[in-house]
Ligand binder design. Structure first.
Ligand SMILES: *Cc1c(COP(=O)(O)O)cnc(C)c1O
Length: 432
């Protein structure tokens, strides 16, 4: 049930998003077009800000994981709604700073940060660097010394939790490129190393257990493992962490048959478990950071395309080819994901065809979906693909030198362009 999305059908039978006719948007801005319901984005941000404030210890804060959809307008929305920001590259950091996000509200992640990026982050006065391993730790210590700074850091550790089986201490799950494993003992050594350094200030620990988590269970388990680790660190070194960053991964519903989880309730349950463990260990409750990305923007996004061709293969499939595809939505090509789509012109009609919704790129795997129910698709129709706010624009490419679509944000029933359409000149602009 895609109940979070503010979709409706108007008197003309057209799909509306946030009360705005999608066909009118397609006419005004052209297709492909990313449409983002800004009212909904802000309301998702508020849900996190409120739940963290209501349930988590003092000083806790949600950060928007900007990789889900990074542009200046989104960074500004996060700041205005009281969220901090996660970045994973100099490009995202630059965007956030250019949007006016205070550097102190930003946390820098990544498993392969370059010296140049670290220098930039330290010089900007970034709030936290989530350090992914010992070599990076040494590098930061040296770079901070050169900058005359003492850089606040979190250590990224791998708790060894499979968020989809709820199993703890699964060595398969510590065998990943991110973080330093707790179960192998390496995370403790990593911590001792950081505590001995002069130019880093260890604020606490970070973990991120996965994505599309529908239940509080994995977060409760992460609290268990992380608090057990914090307690052991304190026992061995006397160090008490003041920050515990539990990462993101809150799920969105991509298909009608899925139900979006109640993230406020997930946060409440994680907080309850944290209070229990802090009580048990006599540990001062750390400030908790959460890093939702997908759930902030995912359901608020709809992509509009125009049907270019419809082809039926006798005894085969019906192909509905649109003017976008893997360039603007690589999720099917990357992960084989499923999206809900409909013909926006006749949004109230029951689907009568099952089609392969095909993109425009020269690549057989360029599909948006394989068995998509649609109502009598024909050339010129507007197709709306739902729940495309996250990991679409941010993962878009110029494959086949197709310019990337613009983003139009809808607030109080009014459209506003927040990213302009790329031109073919833009695409060729770097060529020498
Ligand atoms: C990807 C990522 C997130 C956001 O994940 P979502 O599934 O979009 O909520 C948060 N924190 C870290 C460290 C990540 O890598």
């Amino acid at each position: 049930m895609l109940h979070q999305t503010d979709l409706a059908v108007n008197g003309a039978g057209h799909l509306t998003v946030g009360g705005v006719d999608t066909l009118a948007l397609a006419r005004e801005y052209g297709t492909p077009l990313y449409v983002l319901d800004e009212d909904m984005v802000r309301s998702r941000m508020r849900v996190y800000v409120r739940a963290v404030k209501a349930y988590m210890p003092r000083g806790s804060r949600p950060l928007y994981a900007s990789k889900a959809l990074c542009c200046k307008a989104l960074c500004r929305m996060a700041r205005e709604e009281g969220m901090g920001l996660d970045v994973v590259s100099a490009g995202e950091l630059y965007t956030a700073l250019a949007a006016g996000v205070p550097a102190g509200d930003i946390c820098f992640h990544g498993n392969a940060k370059t010296a140049e990026e670290l220098r930039y982050a330290i010089a900007s006065g970034i709030g936290y660097i989530a350090v992914d391993g010992e070599e990076e730790l040494e590098r930061i210590d040296v770079l901070a010394a050169v900058a005359g700074a003492r850089q606040r850091i979190l250590l990224r550790v791998t708790p060894g939790i499979d968020p989809h089986t709820f199993a703890a201490v699964n060595t398969g799950v510590v065998d990943v490129k991110f973080g330093v494993p707790i179960p192998t003992g390496q995370a403790l050594a990593f911590t001792e190393r950081a505590l001995g350094m002069e130019h880093v200030a260890l604020a606490g620990f970070h973990c991120h257990i996965g994505s599309q988590i529908f239940d509080a269970g994995p977060f409760r388990l992460a609290v268990d493992v992380m608090m057990g680790f914090l307690d052991r660190v304190r026992e061995r070194t006397g160090y008490t962490a003041s920050v515990l960053n539990l990462g993101g991964g809150f799920a969105v519903a991509y298909e009608e048959k899925e139900t979006a989880p109640d993230c406020g309730e997930m946060i409440r349950q994680a907080a309850e478990r944290l209070a229990e463990r802090c009580g048990q260990y006599g540990y001062p409750p750390p400030a908790v950071m959460l890093e939702p990305g997908r759930d902030i923007v995912g359901a608020a996004g709809v992509t509009l395309y125009t049907v270019q061709n419809v082809k039926s293969v006798p005894d085969g499939r019906c192909y509905v080819a649109v003017d976008g595809g893997m360039g603007d939505n690589p999720r099917y090509a990357l992960y084989g994901t499923r999206h809900t789509a409909l013909i926006a012109d006749r949004a109230g009609e029951t689907p009568d065809t099952t089609a392969a919704l095909a993109g425009r790129c020269c690549e057989s795997g360029d599909l948006i979906g394989e068995n998509v129910p649609l109502h009598s698709p024909r050339q010129g129709d507007t197709v709306a693909v739902l729940v495309t706010g996250a990991y679409n624009y941010s993962m878009a490419s110029n494959y086949n030198r197709v310019p990337r679509p613009p983003i139009v944000a809808l607030k109080d029933g009014k459209p506003r362009l927040i990213v302009r359409r790329e031109t073919v000149e833009d695409v060729a602009a770097l060529d020498l």
